[in-house]
Design a protein around this ligand. Structure first.
Ligand code: GLC
Ligand code: CA
Length: 532
């Protein structure tokens, strides 16, 4: 396998509304991000995945784009974007843009024209039908919206303000490639491709993801934009299996660098149930099996994994798999060690490196996310009690990931000079914040810093095979090359009955010598040792 820069990189995702507010309007912005690059450099990340900053009416916080070649006013302007790119380069940090091309905003010039003028070429950039079928939107209700002007319905897999693009139209595809090339020329290092598995949809046959032409489109896109350039591309592919992931990410296919698969995230919900029906007693054995499957089936040279616990659509991992109480710090380090030493490119979501948690939302007025609000209204109309609805949102809702980054213990967590932040600041910022983390050499931050450095320095982290070890259910243990990784994914004591000795401690959150002496793992113990 030819080694690429992103094989030993760690990527950091920024959700711009929530990272850093530079002008006191309570909303994060580009200048705010630029002002925090020193911090990100200290952490050691290779690249930022920047969630959308394009012009947008913000119906879905920027995932509804009205101009791909302009910046939303709340975030600044193109000069601020160029300044971020330049300053990031000074800090040795690359920028990966979010590419949202399954749909646009209904305020995009293409859609405005398509709606106003049914005879325009733009009409066919979208999907119009005389009659809707029973496809539903991810955000609730029908996926079809009636348009008065022409008496037809348009397709939207997400909100009504996010009409789906028609990838069958070659002229539209070319416009998207031109736009991508324009950003590549500006110096971006790649793209995270939003719901890319939907672009091959065939609505009349109710085919949503993995449509028959999906990979033709991605190959065409690759030739038109990525070929011969040293970029990282990662597709958001909820329905991927290892076989599908190979189609996208095998170098021979000339499509993408890697995809996000979501099987481990699926364990948070009851099978085949809405995401809101979450599971309280998570199945650690199933988690291990899923990691094992992806680590072994996506073989080296035939595909590449991405590794993540969190993103802007998911609850905070500590509130799901970890411990937000007594073992807050220790479980955060354990989850980081478990993930980052597998094969693949790790992604850190802002605040994960200091152990940010879910927010104790109490009522709907504290929420912003269209998905949660639509769900709440629909569920309550169907008779679900408000408390039950809030319980699901507190556990699973997307706003949990989107509350402001916690920089210090001051008012508004150092995120903004305004007390009117767009989402409330988590009250636990008094304890959980960057300033406190940086001052404590034993903090979660430094575990992440070390994991990032280890990946840069050690080829075995890139190449070595993964072998899952047979252990107690709640212990996740694997070997790679001459290295043993052991993580107790529970708050209870567990036996260490499969290792006898070690040569060198690589990283740990505990007293490794004591573990080997006693044969016992305490709550959330985690380590990597060299064994031969
Ligand atoms: C992706 C994004 C999510 C967004 C959706 C529609 O899943 O990650 O935030 O709501 O696509 O663009
Ligand atoms: Ca601002």
């Amino acid at each position: 396998m030819e080694k690429q820069w992103w094989h030993s990189a760690t990527i950091y995702q920024i959700y711009p509304k929530s990272f850093m507010d530079s002008n006191g309007d309570g909303i994060g912005d580009l200048k705010g991000i630029t002002s925090r690059l020193d911090y990100l450099q200290k952490l050691g990340i290779t690249a930022i995945w920047l969630s959308p900053v394009y012009k947008s009416p913000m119906d879905d916080n920027g995932y509804d784009i009205s101009d791909y070649q302009d910046i939303a006013d709340i975030f600044g302007d193109m000069a601020d974007m160029e300044e971020l790119l330049a300053q990031a380069e000074e800090h040795n940090i690359k920028i990966i843009m979010d590419l949202v091309v399954n749909h646009t905003s209904d305020e995009h010039a293409w859609f405005v024209e398509a709606r106003e003028n049914p005879d325009s070429p733009e009409r066919d950039y979208y999907i119009w039908r005389d009659q809707p079928n029973d496809l539903v939107s991810v955000f609730g209700g029908s996926a079809w919206q009636y348009d008065d002007k022409s008496g037809q319905y348009y397709l939207h897999f997400f909100s009504r303000k996010q009409p789906d693009l028609n990838w069958e139209n070659a002229e539209l595809r070319q416009k998207i490639y031109d736009m991508m090339n324009w950003w590549i020329d500006k110096g971006v290092a790649g793209f995270r491709m939003d719901v890319i598995d939907l672009i091959g949809k065939i609505p009349d046959q109710k085919i949503k993801e993995n449509g028959p032409k999906l990979h033709d489109y991605i190959k065409e896109m690759h030739q038109a934009t990525l070929a011969g350039k040293d970029l990282l591309t990662v597709g958001e592919t909820w329905g991927a299996t290892p076989e599908i992931a190979k189609q996208y990410s095998s170098p021979a296919e000339k499509e993408l660098s890697m995809v996000f698969q979501f099987e481990h995230i699926g364990l948070q919900h009851k099978p085949d149930a809405p995401k809101w029906d979450y599971i309280k007693e998570l199945d650690v054995s199933a988690l291990k099996e899923i990691f094992n499957k992806w680590q072994t089936e996506l073989e080296l040279g035939q595909g590449w994994n991405s590794l993540f616990w969190n993103n802007h659509d998911l609850p905070r991992v500590l509130s799901i798999w970890g411990d937000t109480g007594l073992y807050h710090q220790k479980s955060a380090k354990a989850l980081a060690i478990a993930l980052h030493l597998m094969r693949g490119t790790p992604y850190i979501y802002q605040g994960e490196e200091i152990g940010m948690t879910n927010y104790p939302f109490e009522d709907l007025s504290q929420l912003n996310d269209i998905e949660s609000l639509n769900y709440a209204h629909e569920a309550m109309e169907n008779g679900r009690a408000q408390e039950q609805v809030m319980d699901s949102i507190r556990m699973i809702g997307r706003d949990n990931a989107r509350t402001p980054m916690q920089w210090d213990a001051d008012a508004n967590a150092g995120f903004s000079s305004s007390a009117q932040t767009w989402l409330p600041v988590n009250p636990n910022h008094a304890d959980i914040n960057v300033e406190t983390a940086l001052a404590d050499p034993d903090s979660i931050f430094y575990t992440y810093q070390k994991l990032i450095q280890l990946r840069k320095d050690n080829d075995w982290l890139v190449d070595a095979e993964f072998e899952l070890l047979d252990t107690a259910d709640k212990v996740f243990a694997y070997k790679r090359d001459n290295y043993l990784i052991v993580v107790n994914l529970s708050g209870e004591e567990q036996a260490l009955d499969f290792a006898s000795d070690y040569k060198e401690i690589i990283i740990s959150n505990t007293d490794v010598e004591a573990i080997f002496a006693s044969g016992k793992l305490e709550a959330w113990d985690a380590f990597c040792v060299k064994v031969e």
